[in-house]
Design a protein around this ligand. Structure first.
Ligand code: BES
Ligand code: MN
Ligand code: ZN
Length: 496
């Protein structure tokens, strides 16, 4: 898909296949629309006057004027009151338009979406590629009959304010990079577990570094993990024939090459059967998505490289598979983690925290400025926040506030949950330092409490994406969340 912007004051002169015209419901049409209306014998105002076109948000009407030089079709789209137009409304409008264009197989459009609200235009320019990307995404590589390739390939957005050229161009490009990152995350996350194991994550990481010379990738296999005493991580993978591999992607964009990095750690359970504490069969297929944290790290690192951010970032994909087997770890086992803290295994299905705790200990060697882990960690998070909000916890209020604010800016919603000492009591063990599971109550928070025992040396936040990383049912598939929120967070850091 090709996106571009164009400075013009004559919409009728555009030569694309279809002109998309934004209609104001308070009937104060822009000069562009008025001009166009004149050149087609007032067809638009007639439709408005007889009530057929109202400008209601998302209302669409095709017209085929074939008047004068105008050979294009027109798609009128209601935008509500122009003065109240904002990013949320733009999402509805873009959705409605793209749906119509795809149905009519239109290839090439010109749209005046950026003309009537200069203040918001930049935000909208950044959003458009993401919304269009979302609407046209397909994962059909395993289908014999491929879905038709979306017809729409060229989108030209018009603007009239000369002063905006630079920011609009910049935002549109940023939006495309973010859209591509989300797409990469989705496609990696959608891969089935018989293809996507820890080895596959490692290969994808290496391929990413081949395509982006600013990225460096290192893989630690079971031998290396054993030398580092990452026994909790290794225990989880012991029942699987697929090797546990931790893939580390490094990006050094800061002027000061030694500047403290932002570290992202993604849970990469390429399949979570529950292990010996096996899960029920219903929906177990969805546990192929238990590597969505790692897929998020992959997408964010791709964007970091393409945005050429002036910061240092380390991304970890903690690849592993949790399977029952004669060699699998068991309930009752006591493991000594890399940090020395001992863990009594109560439930082998609480495996994510075991993989993460060693990865979080490992990355301390980077002297991180901030550490954020991303994990499909607890079913309890779905009970607490549904499929709408990512859960945010951590040991630093400012970091949590910043993440929630990035989530609000990008509409990739997140909500903070408390982790205080009252919850910490729940993970006490009678025979080891802590237990890996402590029942249902406050399950998302006690999982974060577990992780907090391994993150004392740095500022840390934990994102529980169990409810937000994928959709079930008819639209089953990865969502690419919380890639947008994390990129926004990193973009904001680079400004401060
Ligand atoms: N990957 C799951 C969490 C999960 C379950 C995410 C369902 C999304 C949908 C995680 O490894 C897990 O099994 N957690 C257990 C923890 C419990 C045993 C303490 C859970 O949530 O039931
Ligand atoms: Mn599990
Ligand atoms: Zn899991």
């Amino acid at each position: 898909m090709e996106f571009s912007i164009k400075n013009t004051s004559f919409i009728a002169k555009q030569k694309s296949e279809c002109l998309v015209i934004s209609i104001d419901s308070s009937n104060k049409q822009s000069d562009l629309v008025k001009d166009l209306d004149q050149s087609i014998q007032a067809m638009i105002s007639q439709l408005i006057n007889n009530g057929e076109v109202t400008g209601k948000l998302g209302e669409t009407t095709f017209i085929y004027p074939f008047a004068n030089d105008l050979t294009q079709k027109l798609l009128l789209v209601g935008c509500g009151k122009a003065t109240e137009f904002d990013v949320t409304k733009s999402k509805k409008v873009i959705n409605a338009v793209v749906k119509e264009l795809l149905a009519k197989k239109v290839k090439n459009i010109t749209w005046d979406l950026l003309t009537f609200n200069p203040a918001q235009s930049c935000e909208i320019a950044k959003r458009i590629p993401q919304i269009v990307g979302e609407m046209t995404y397909q994962f059909d590589q395993f289908k014999s009959k491929k879905s038709p390739i979306p017809s729409l390939t060229k989108v030209t957005l018009l603007y009239t304010d000369n002063k905006l050229t630079e920011t609009l161009t910049h935002n549109l490009l940023q939006g495309q990079i973010i859209a591509n990152a989300i797409k990469s995350t989705k496609t990696l996350a959608n891969m089935p577990s018989n293809v996507c194991n820890a080895q596959y994550l490692a290969q994808q990481g290496k391929q990413l570094a081949k395509n982006h010379s600013s990225l460096k990738v290192t893989c630690l296999g079971e031998k290396e993990l054993a030398e580092l005493n990452m026994n909790a991580y290794l225990a989880v993978g012991r029942g699987s024939v697929n090797e546990s591999i931790m893939t580390v992607i490094e990006y050094n964009g800061a002027q000061d090459k030694k500047a403290q990095p932002f570290v992202l750690v993604g849970k990469g359970l390429t399949f979570d059967s529950g292990g010996i504490s096996i899960k029920p069969s219903a929906s177990m297929d969805e546990m192929k998505y238990d590597m969505c944290g790692a897929a998020t790290v992959y997408g964010v690192m791709q964007a970091v490289a393409e945005l050429e951010l002036p910061i240092n970032v380390v991304g970890v994909m903690a690849g592993c598979e949790n399977m029952p087997d004669g060699n699998a770890y068991r309930p009752g086992d006591i493991l000594t983690t890399m940090s020395g803290t001992t863990v009594e295994i109560i439930n082998t299905d609480a495996e994510g925290r075991l993989v993460l705790c060693d990865a979080l200990t490992y990355i301390a060697r980077y002297n991180p400025k901030v550490v954020i882990d991303i994990a499909t960690l607890t079913g309890a998070c779905i009970v607490a926040l549904g499929h709408h909000y990512t859960g945010v916890m951590g040991n630093n209020e400012k970091l949590i506030t910043q993440l929630v604010s990035s989530s609000n800016k990008t509409d990739d919603k997140a909500w903070a949950l408390p982790i205080d000492d009252d919850f910490q009591q729940q993970i006490k063990s009678t025979c080891a330092d802590i237990m890996n599971s402590s029942g249902r109550d406050g399950g998302t928070i006690t999982a974060a409490c577990f992780l907090s025992r391994f993150t004392k040396e740095y500022q840390w936040a934990h994102l529980d994406i169990a409810g937000t990383a994928w959709k079930s049912g008819a639209n089953k598939g990865a969502t690419g969340r919380p890639v947008a929120m994390l990129i926004q967070y990193l973009l904001d850091q680079n400004q401060s």
